[in-house]
Design a binder for this molecule. Structure first.
Ligand SMILES: NC(=O)c1ccc[n+]([C@@H]2O[C@H](COP(=O)([O-])OP(=O)(O)OC[C@H]3O[C@@H](n4cnc5c(N)ncnc54)[C@H](OP(=O)(O)O)[C@@H]3O)[C@@H](O)[C@H]2O)c1
Length: 236
């Protein structure tokens, strides 16, 4: 069976992806910051011998290298960057630190490290694992709010971090083409999670089932695109 590595699997979309790939019989390497506190992930770990849980804070690049060293020689068919942070919410939390004239630059740099730089670091660290696999896919969950042509302002830190990650995934489609590696950026839709909130129209199981179908159908020809979870393309 194929192998997938997923980041940020303690809750939300990462947990749902872990659940679905496990149920489908994949070998799943699930990483999260604090496995001991991730009770739902622990339950899956007990249920599925094909699931391996590893502690990983994606902001810690030394830890990424350490995990890559541990997993050296193990083919990874799909490397899936899911871990992400939204930052302060002006509307829901009355916290304007990513709005014009209130920017918190340290927060912005931290968001960039997690949302943008970590996917690059993870791609660099695990590229041999992906290149030696059958499917050779690197996928990153970004967001349609990172679409430059669709923006309507606000949320500067999150939007810029996701727009930059879209560029990264497009860039990597060229940089890794000669290794046969396919890349993709995905918006998962607006989904009910801690980040998406209760008002989101989509449930994680349906959105992630659909996103998985699109991942399964990625080809070298479609590498470097920006996808919605349902297979529509999103304008840059
Ligand atoms: N839900 C939506 O509507 C929506 C829409 C567009 C894009 N997205 C994107 O989808 C992805 C998943 O979001 P979600 O909705 O599932 O959000 P969530 O419920 O807030 O979950 C975020 C996950 O990322 C992990 N994480 C955060 N910082 C991390 C770090 N430094 N190292 C490792 N893991 C870290 C969290 O782990 P802890 O439990 O340790 O904090 C958690 O598992 C994100 O990239 C997000 O930007 C979501």
């Amino acid at each position: 069976m194929p192998t997938i590595l997923i980041t940020g699997t303690s809750r939300g979309l990462g947990l749902e992806l872990t659940r679905q790939y496990c149920a489908d019989g994949w070998n799943v390497i699930a990483t999260c910051r604090m496995p001991a506190e991730a009770s739902e992930l622990q339950a899956l770990d007990k249920q599925y011998p094909s699931l391996n849980v590893h502690a990983l804070d994606v902001a810690n690049f030394t830890a990424i290298d350490k995990l890559a060293h541990e997993l050296k020689g193990r083919p990874i068919d799909v490397l899936l960057n899911n871990a992400g942070v939204f930052g302060p919410k002006a509307k829901a939390e009355n916290d304007p630190r990513q709005e014009f004239s209130h920017m918190d630059y340290e927060m912005w740099a931290n968001l960039f490290r997690i949302n943008t730089m970590a996917p690059m670091k993870i791609a660099e660290a695990f590229v041999e694992n992906v290149a030696t696999s059958a499917q050779k896919k690197i996928v990153t969950i970004t967001s349609s709010v990172g679409s430059i042509s669709r923006t309507d302002g606000r949320t500067n830190a999150y939007r810029t971090s996701k727009a930059a990650t879209n560029m990264l995934m497009r860039n990597l489609s060229f940089d890794l083409k000669n290794r046969g590696i396919i890349t993709a950026a995905f918006c998962p839709g607006w989904v009910k999670t801690r980040m998406g909130g209760e008002g989101a129209p989509l449930e994680a199981p349906e959105a992630m089932a659909s996103l998985r179908r699109v991942i399964a159908n990625l080809t070298p020809k479609s590498s470097g695109q920006f996808w919605l979870y349902n297979g529509d393309l999103i304008p840059w």
